[in-house]
Ligand binder design. Structure first.
Ligand SMILES: Nc1nc2c(c(=O)[nH]1)N[C@H]1C(S)=C(S)[C@@H](COP(=O)(O)OP(=O)(O)OC[C@H]3O[C@@H](n4cnc5c(N)ncnc54)[C@H](O)[C@@H]3O)O[C@H]1N2
Ligand code: MOO
Length: 402
């Protein structure tokens, strides 16, 4: 059976041809989207030298030897208010009042804080500190240089990026298109939200969990349907899904029971059909991956933890590669607070708690690790690469954050 890593490599090999289009969006709409081109600053930021304090713009060399006991007197030229083009030029022996953020007038090359100055006779300021050239001012382009790389293609646009882009005058950016998903939930036992829950029925929670994961990852769900265990209906819905979406996610029907039609239905679509059925992961072992019309079709086993885990470890992995994403999946290091003897599970959902000086990971499940409530409690999951060794209390572990 394929390892998770080998499965991801094979899936990438099959779908690396997929061209992810891009669109231009207003900067705020780009939050958490993947940037589709290198963004270079067209301008210097700041565009002019600015003061970093309230004080006097001076020629630094004038303050040579200045101290509390030996102040230097400079002739006062006037004020440069913030937001105004400095009209005067500061020459040797002169100074001008500047506020924090004001333009440094030509000629001046340092700003002395107002606390280190005194007004002496009318029209003169005494400065009592020796200044170095460039002190307390932000030179033109010292924050961002014109032509410098602001964000690389493949980065997820953060709130911090948005501030820097706007500072550089960039209000629109190119981001990769939202990946469009179709979700099909299969099973006679399933009812959709709002429908009566008759005996023997359960609610289709997997579709909702998957839709939430897609939305969080800046994708789009273009079709979501629930189909009964009926071969014809299923085939029809699967065909519709492949036609309208970039990626199809099917929940359920992946096992070997008499009602598990997922592999068969994928194989009846035009295209290669199923090329993976079962990988070394648990929960989620009966994963199915197929191809139709050049598009990936994932059959995610029905037990509620499996679709979530496989979305994070397999579907998102392909997605990240398609958009040349430079970010690793979010993870933190936590201290394991339980013993797990050798087990069949390769991945465990854990609750995260703040310890005194570290994050503590406790099991998110009570009894059976495939419970829906385990995902709800979980802050993330641990990948137990060697299940035969299990986990030991006190061990540090990488937790992939949900
Ligand atoms: N004889 C065997 N039986 C099973 C095996 C096996 O190897 N041999 N593998 C088990 C494993 S592991 C898994 S995982 C499941 C996979 O099952 P399916 O993908 O065929 O899924 P279903 O049978 O349709 O459902 C399993 C379980 O999940 C519930 N479910 C299904 N869809 C949803 C949904 N949309 N929302 C909420 N819950 C859902 C369903 O009612 C079942 O309880 O097979 C094992 N069996
Ligand atoms: O592989 Mo199944 O998802 O353990 O329950």
């Amino acid at each position: 059976m394929l390892s998770l890593k080998a499965a991801n490599e094979l899936i990438w090999k099959k779908f690396q041809h997929i061209e992810m289009g891009h669109e231009q969006v207003d900067i705020l709409d780009g939050l958490d989207r993947i940037v589709a081109e290198d963004i270079v600053s067209p301008v210097d930021v700041p565009g002019f030298s600015r003061s970093m304090c309230d004080g006097y713009a001076v020629v630094a060399s004038d303050t040579q030897g200045a101290s509390e006991d030996n102040p230097v007197s400079l002739s006062y030229l006037g004020e440069v208010p913030p937001g105004v083009n400095a009209a005067m030029e500061v020459k040797e022996g002169q100074c001008a009042y500047v506020s924090t953020g004001s333009m440094i007038p030509p000629g001046a090359d340092a700003v002395i804080m107002v606390e280190r100055t005194k007004q002496s006779e009318e029209g003169f300021i005494q400065v009592s500190m020796q200044m170095k050239s460039g002190q307390f001012m932000m030179g033109q382009g010292s924050d961002i240089k014109a032509g410098s790389l602001l964000i690389e293609r493949g980065k997820k646009l953060s709130a911090g990026n948005i501030g820097a882009l706007v500072a550089a005058g960039i209000y629109k950016i190119k981001v990769f298109n939202r990946l469009r998903f179709a979700i099909i939930a299969t099973g006679d036992e399933l009812v959709d939200a709002g429908q009566d829950l008759l005996p023997g029925k359960i609610r289709d929670s997997n579709s909702y969990a998957l839709q939430a994961l897609i939305t969080k990852a800046a994708g789009e769900v273009v079709r979501r349907v629930l189909v009964k265990d009926n071969r014809e209906l299923y085939k029809q819905e699967l065909e519709n899904a492949v036609k309208c979406a970039d990626v199809v996610l099917i929940s359920g029907g992946c096992s070997v029971g008499i009602r598990d039609f997922t592999a068969e239905a994928i194989n009846e679509l035009p295209g290669e059909g199923v090329f993976i059925h079962g990988i070394e992961i648990r929960p989620g072992r009966p994963l199915i991956v197929g191809e139709s019309m050049g598009k990936p079709v994932f059959g995610l086993p029905g037990h509620p933890v499996a679709p979530v885990l496989l979305f994070k470890t397999v579907v998102e992995e392909l997605w990240r590669r398609l958009v040349a994403c430079r970010e690793e999946a979010d993870s933190i290091i936590a201290v394991v607070d339980f013993d797990m003897s050798p087990c069949i599970f390769t991945h465990l959902f854990v609750q995260l708690e703040k310890g005194d000086d570290s994050i503590i990971a406790r099991p998110a499940f009570k009894g059976n690790p495939t419970q829906t409530s385990a995902i709800s409690r979980a802050g993330g999951y641990i990948w137990i690469k060697d299940p035969e060794k299990g986990l030991c209390r006190g061990q540090a572990a990488k937790v992939f954050v949900l």
